[in-house]
Write a protein that binds this ligand. Structure first.
Ligand code: MBD
Ligand code: FE
Length: 283
C-alpha cells in the first residue's frame, strides 16, 4: 500500500500551522474552515495526481474569474448555490417547518436599494416600449394559514428583453426592472413590467469557459426574482420561472423547482389583461 503524503501526521501539522493554529490571533472559525480547505485540496492534488500545469492553470483561472466578477456565477452554474437550498430544505424538513412557496437561489445579480412603492408600481423605464411584451404581475403574500400579510416587502428584479440586468448592464437606467413593493391590506402587490428573456453567461467569460470544458451550456429560462420579507417572518428568496421557455427544466443554475413555474398567458387586449392580471401585448 502506498503512503498518502497528504494524510501523514507531518503534513497535517504543517497545514495546521498554515491555517494559523499555532497562534491565538484572528478568527477561530476561519482557521477551522481554512484547515479543512487546505487538507482537502492536498488530498485532491495527491489523489487525482494534479500536474503542475493543471495547478497553475487553476490559479490563473481563479484570477480571471475574480477579475471578471464571476465567482457568484460559477457557484450558481456548478450547482453549489442550489445545494445550499437543498441543505436548508432538509433542515426545515427535520424540524417540521414545511409548506409555503419553495425557496430557490438568489443568483449573483441582486442589487439592494431598489425604489420602494406601496401596493403597485411600474418596473420598466419604457426604453423597450414597442419592443417588449408588457407584463402584468400580481400576487399576494400569505402566511402558512393562508392569512394575508399586509406591509410585507416584495423585492423584485428581472432581466430585460436581451436577458440583461440593470447595474451589470451599464446601458440600462439605474434600477431598471428592480423595485420593492410593500403589500396592501390584502397582502397584495401588483407590478407592470416587461416580459424578460432568459439569461445567458457571457460566452467570452470564465464561467462559460469552464462550462464549455464540462460540455454544458450557460443558459437560464426567463425568470423573475423575489425577496419577500415581513417583520416576524423568515425571509424568502425565490423566483418565478416562465413556462414555455426551452430552458425551463434545463437551467444551468438549477433554480427552476416544482411550484415555481409561472404560467404565462399572452393576450392582445392590454386593458383587459391588466384587469385580469395576466401578460398582454400593448398595441
Ligand atoms: C441569473 O440571472 C440568475 O438568476 C442566476 C441564478 C445565475 C445567473 C444569472
Ligand atoms: Fe436571474
Amino acid at each position: 500500500m502506498t503512503v498518502k503524503i497528504s494524510q501523514t501526521a507531518e503534513i497535517q501539522k504543517f497545514f495546521e500551522e498554515a491555517a494559523g493554529f499555532g497562534n491565538d490571533q484572528g478568527s477561530p472559525r476561519l482557521k477551522q474552515i481554512m484547515l479543512r480547505v487546505l487538507q482537502d485540496s492536498a488530498k485532491i492534488i495527491e489523489d487525482l495526481e494534479i500536474t503542475d500545469d493543471e495547478f497553475w492553470t487553476a490559479v490563473d483561472y481563479l484570477n480571471r474569474l475574480g477579475g471578471r466578477g464571476e465567482a457568484g456565477l460559477l457557484v450558481a452554474g456548478l450547482g453549489l448555490e442550489h445545494f445550499l437550498d437543498l441543505l436548508q430544505d432538509a433542515k426545515d424538513e427535520q424540524v417540521g417547518r414545511t409548506g409555503g412557496t419553495p425557496r430557490t437561489i438568489e443568483g449573483p445579480l441582486y442589487v439592494a436599494g431598489a425604489p420602494l412603492a406601496e401596493g403597485e408600481v411600474r418596473m420598466d423605464d419604457g426604453s423597450e416600449d414597442g419592443v417588449a411584451t408588457v407584463m402584468f404581475l400580481e400576487g399576494r403574500v400569505l402566511d402558512l394559514d393562508g392569512k394575508p400579510i399586509a406591509g410585507a416587502t416584495v423585492d423584485l428584479w428581472h432581466a430585460n428583453t436581451k436577458g440583461l440586468y440593470s447595474y451589470f448592464d451599464q446601458s440600462q437606467s439605474e434600477y431598471n426592472l428592480r423595485r420593492r413593493i410593500v403589500t396592501d391590506a390584502e397582502g397584495r402587490y401588483r407590478a407592470r413590467s416587461i416580459v424578460p428573456s432568459g439569461y445567458g453567461c457571457d460566452p467570452q467569460g470564465p464561467t462559460q469557459e469552464c462550462l464549455d470544458q464540462l460540455g454544458r451550456h450557460g443558459q437560464r429560462p426567463a425568470h423573475i426574482h423575489f425577496f419577500i420579507s415581513a417583520p416576524g417572518y423568515r425571509h424568502l428568496t425565490t423566483q418565478i420561472n416562465l413556462s414555455g421557455d426551452q430552458y425551463l427544466w434545463d437551467d444551468f443554475a438549477y433554480a427552476t423547482r416544482d411550484g415555481l413555474v409561472g404560467e404565462v398567458s399572452f393576450v392582445e387586449d392590454a386593458a383587459a389583461a391588466d384587469k385580469r392580471g395576466v401578460s398582454g401585448r400593448f398595441a
